[in-house]
Design a protein around this ligand. Structure first.
Ligand code: SF4
Length: 249
C-alpha cells in the first residue's frame, strides 16, 4: 500500500481509535533498509523511482493544516502515528520532525498519543534514540532472534546484527513496545524460532509486546498466516510470566 500524501487519514482502527498517519518517506516510492518478505509496500526493487523525502517544513505545513481542518470539522484524533512506506528514521530530519509533531499535538489535540513504527535499525543514529524516547509509543520491530533468521525474513540491506540491535534496544530500559510478525514459511516460525525469540523478549523486558500476522498479499508467495488462537498458544509462556501481549490475528 503506497501513501500518496505525507499526512494521511484519520482512519479508524480498533486499537488506536481515530488515527492520523504520517509518512516520512517518498510519496511515490518505498524507502527501507529492510526488504521484508511480508512487506505490504512490496519489494524494494519494485518501488517507483522517487527518492524525494519530505522536509521538516513540509511535514509541519501538512500536519498543521490537517490538524486545523480536523478541529474545524470536529473530527476526533486519538493518535498520530508515523508509519509510512518504509523506515521513518531514514529521513534525516526525523528528530526535528518528532519535536514539531509533539508541539502541534500539544497545541491542537493534547490528549492524542504519538506513536512511531520503526524497524529499530537506526537507534544509534544521531538524535534517533532521544526522539524515540520523547514519543508516547516507540513500537520497534524484532522479528528474528538470530542474524540467519533476519536474513530470511527481513532481508536487511547492508549489515544487520541482532546482537547489536538488542544492545541498542536495552537502552530503552523496557520503555518501548516490541513488535513481531509471526508467519509460516520454509525455515522460520518453528518451535525453535519462537523459543529463541521469547528469550530475546525476556532479555529486553519491553513494557508491551505486539504480535501479529500477515493480512494482505505478500511479495514472497507461499507464506502462511497464524490464527489468533495459534499465536496465543505460542506466546503463552510469556503471558504466564506476566508480559503484556497484544495479539492481532
Ligand atoms: S521494515 Fe517495514 S517497511 Fe521495511 S521492508 Fe519491513 S515491513 Fe516493509
Amino acid at each position: 500500500m503506497m501513501r500518496e500524501t505525507t499526512v494521511f487519514g484519520p482512519i479508524f482502527s480498533r486499537r488506536l481509535g481515530s488515527s492520523l498517519g504520517i509518512n516520512l518517506l517518498p510519496q511515490r516510492g518505498k524507502l527501507c533498509n529492510f526488504d521484508c518478505v511480508y512487506c505490504e509496500c512490496g519489494w524494494n526493487k519494485d518501488g517507483r523511482e522517487d527518492h524525494t523525502l519530505p522536509t521538516a517544513e513540509d511535514v509541519r505545513m501538512a500536519l498543521q493544516s490537517k490538524l486545523e481542518a480536523c478541529i474545524a470539522a470536529g473530527t476526533p484524533i486519538d493518535s498520530i502515528t508515523f508509519s509510512g512506506d518504509g523506515e521513518p528514521t531514514l529521513n534525516p530530519a526525523f528528530p526535528e520532525i518528532i519535536d514539531l509533531c509533539l508541539k502541534l499535538r500539544d497545541r491542537y489535540y493534547p490528549a492524542a498519543k504519538v506513536s512511531v513504527l520503526s524497524n529499530a535499525t537506526r537507534i544509534s543514529a544521531p538524535g534517533v534514540f532521544e526522539a524515540l524516547c520523547r514519543v508516547d509509543n516507540a513500537i520497534l520491530k524484532l522479528d528474528a532472534a538470530t542474524d540467519e533468521q533476519a536474513a530470511l525474513v527481513n532481508r536487511p540491506v547492508g549489515s544487520y546484527h541482532v546482537e547489536e540491535i538488542v544492545r541498542q534496544l536495552k537502552r530503552f530500559n523496557g520503555n518501548f513496545v516490541l513488535q513481531t510478525l509471526f508467519l509460516r514459511g520454509p525455515g522460520w516460525a518453528t518451535e525453535d524460532w519462537v523459543s529463541a525469540w521469547m528469550d530475546r523478549v525476556r532479555e529486553l523486558k519491553p513494557r508491551e509486546v505486539m504480535v501479529y500476522t500477515i493480512d494482505r498479499e505478500t511479495p514472497l508467495s507461499g507464506l502462511g498466516k497464524y490464527t489468533e488462537g495459534e499465536m496465543r498458544a505460542l506466546v503463552q509462556p510469556l503471558i504466564d510470566e506476566g508480559y503484556v501481549i497484544q495479539i492481532k490475528g
